[in-house]
Design a protein around this ligand. Structure first.
Ligand code: SAH
Length: 217
């Protein structure tokens, strides 16, 4: 018999008080957030705050998103178990772990090599085997793995990078924080044939997406 994770109570409390109570109802998302050991994705003393209601520093000037935002963005993707998913901005790897717990396969692109290495280590420690972290400019997507049923951008972009829309499968959903460097709103694009519909959700604040179809460094 394996011991019970001492962080499980904190994690259940996080889901109950920060995620479910604020309107996230997707049972796959709630189950994944109860399961994935978020504290393993946070370095140093900030780990103590792993289940708190705010973003945290992960080094290299980057942050792991507030749990609620992870819950909202993941549920906007409306994932199914058979889905193949692309993430732009691996960061700590936590969002990728949530995606990989729900969906079949995840590719996550990270611009900073040292951060990508961190994400890989965290994902391995958390036992995720269906997530691949690739170093590169994610604003170009990752054509080798396209098309994707879902694409999530976890850095702020002035507009949805065009290559990502092209790499979206029929019926595919894309979620991204779109706006200025200081404030963005969540945008969801859905592809149906040649039509791409656009919906907007609440305001958010992310670190910038830096690259060919994002911001300049
Ligand atoms: N999803 C992460 C948080 C993302 S923070 C998590 O769960 O922890 C945003 C990340 O996007 C940073 O690590 C940053 O280096 C990365 N990033 C910024 N521009 C990028 C680009 N063009 N391609 C890939 N990654 C990028």
């Amino acid at each position: 018999m394996t011991g019970r994770d001492p962080w499980q109570d904190a994690r259940d409390r996080m889901v109950d008080t920060q995620i479910a109570s604020r309107g996230v109802t997707d049972i796959l998302v709630l189950a994944a957030m109860r399961k994935v050991p978020r504290h393993l994705f946070i370095p140093g003393p900030a780990r103590e705050s792993a289940y708190s209601d705010y973003p945290l520093p992960i080094g290299h000037g980057q942050t792991i998103s507030q749990p609620y935002i992870v819950g909202v963005m993941t549920s906007l993707l409306a994932l199914r178990e058979e889905d193949r998913v692309l993430e732009i901005g691996a960061g700590s790897g936590y969002q990728a772990a949530i995606l990989g717990t729900i969906a079949r396969e995840v590719v996550s692109i990270e611009r900073i090599p040292a951060v990508a290495e961190l994400a890989r280590e965290n994902l391995a420690r958390a036992g995720l085997r269906n997530v691949r972290v690739i170093v590169g400019d994610g604003t170009n997507g990752y054509a080798d793995g396209a098309p994707y049923d879902a694409i999530i951008v976890t850095a702020a972009t002035p507009a949805v990078p065009a290559p990502l829309v092209i790499q979206l499968a029929e019926g595919g959903r894309l979620v991204a924080p779109v706006g200025s460097r200081d404030l963005q709103e969540l945008v969801r694009l859905t592809r149906r044939g040649d039509q791409v519909t656009r919906e907007t959700f609440g305001g958010v604040v992310f670190v910038p997406l830096i690259g060919e179809h994002g911001w300049e460094a």
